[in-house]
Design a protein around this ligand. Structure first.
Ligand code: NAD
Ligand code: GLY
Length: 363
């Protein structure tokens, strides 16, 4: 097992990564202060892993809520089901919430913990690659709104993150690929050696090589922990973690939540960001094509949905959380393995990217 630390002063916490961790009582117990927990999971994950976690909790009084599955359920209505369960069970402030699932369960549970009785402890047990490398770390919690992705939420840190890499074995291939998109993101943001490592290992990762996947989780979490420690509430550098997300969130919302997976939308978003970066002269067209090639080799989509027009993108991107003073801020590449935040993008260049579709990342 590897233990990383997210250093946030008195709110610091460990990230445990490794095989066979779900059933290890000694890992979770030190992070549960009261005698009661509520495990929040969903209808896909609970049958697979709930009993292991319950066994590890031993004699704690353990309630469970099993939510419906899917991005379209990441709503205030679903959140309310958790409040109902907590109140009906007379949970007090000393209770701990445990999120057992992917990013959807993790984001909703974290927000429930942030808001129930003004804040109770919670623990992240991420079960998708995407949630192990990204959403479980860093304390972004929340739900979607029909007008915008993740628009209602809070920064609220867990007590610990337990990423058991064994659970990745049951992940459908499409979900594994979606997680790889966020892994590639770390390479493109500020870790060129990792990008090269991914270029060398992408097929083995997709084939489910356990050691390589664990290494990808380790490097991704270490990169994310470093960036979040420097800028917890996204006043600056943390925005780089949103590479591809301005375009990607527009796709998720525009197509209907859950139609395109978050990681798939981010994959296309990164290709669009590479294209825009090349048009601005921040990277060469060869570098843009190299980024696109890796994303394509990962089996991820690289062309935006045909039914979304440039105007659709512009309207939806106006709801991005990075919008400041009405201006959309983009995360762009400046050389491969380096990224920057830019708000003064020439409209004609942005339109070229939005119109390019099949031609993205080609001169
Ligand atoms: P998800 O939670 O919907 O999980 C994907 C699918 O895999 C679901 O059907 C789920 O039930 C299933 N599943 C989960 N674990 C499984 C397992 N071990 N075996 C078999 N099936 C399993 O999606 P996701 O990709 O994990 O997360 C996407 C969400 O995360 C989005 O809502 C996105 O906005 C959010 N997100 C948040 C952050 C953050 O910082 N908070 C970062 C990135 C993404
Ligand atoms: N996933 C982006 C962030 O955590 O900031």
């Amino acid at each position: 097992m590897i233990t990383l630390e997210l250093d946030l002063g008195e709110r610091s916490y460990p990230i445990f990564i490794g095989s066979g961790l779900l059933g290890q009582a000694n890992l979770l117990r030190p992070y549960i202060k009261g005698k009661r927990v509520l495990i929040v999971s969903n209808e896909v994950v609970a049958p697979l892993y709930l009993s292991k976690v319950q066994d590890a909790l031993g004699d704690l009084q353990c309630d469970v809520i099993v939510l419906p599955d899917g991005e379209h359920t990441k709503t205030l209505q679903t959140l309310s089901l958790i409040y109902d369960k907590l109140l009906e069970g007379r949970h007090e402030r000393s209770s701990t919430l445990i999120a057992l699932g992917g990013g959807v369960v993790g984001d909703i549970t974290g927000f429930a913990a942030a808001t129930y009785q003004r804040g109770v402890n919670f623990i992240q047990i991420p079960t998708t690659l995407l949630s192990q490398v990204d959403s479980s770390v860093g304390g972004k919690t929340g739900v979607n709104h029909p007008l915008g992705k993740n628009m209602i939420g809070a920064f609220y840190q867990p007590q610990c993150v337990l990423a058991d890499t064994d659970v990745l074995a049951s992940l459908p291939p499409r979900e594994l690929r979606a997680g790889i998109a966020e892994v590639i993101k770390y390479g493109l943001i500020d870790n060129l050696p990792f990008l090269q490592w991914l270029e060398n290992n992408i097929e083995a990762l997709l084939a489910g090589d356990k050691d390589l996947l664990a290494e990808a989780v380790r490097v991704s979490c270490a990169d994310k922990a470093r960036i979040v420690a420097a800028d917890e509430k996204e006043g600056g550098v943390r925005a780089l973690l949103n590479l591809g997300h301005t375009f990607g969130h527009a796709i998720e919302n525009g197509m209907g939540y859950g139609v395109w997976l978050h990681g798939e939308a981010v994959a296309i978003g990164m290709v669009m960001a590479a294209d825009l970066s090349a048009r601005l002269g921040y990277i060469t067209w060869a570098e843009a094509a190299r980024a696109k090639a890796l994303i394509e080799r990962a089996g991820l989509p690289v062309v935006p949905p045909a039914q979304m027009s440039a105007q659709d993108f512009l309207e939806l991107m106006a709801f991005d959380k990075k919008v400041q003073g009405g201006k959309i801020r983009f995360i762009l590449m400046k050389g491969l393995g380096t990224s920057v935040i830019e708000s003064n993008i020439e409209a004609s260049l942005l339109e070229q990217t939005l119109e390019a579709k099949e031609q993205l990342c080609q001169n």
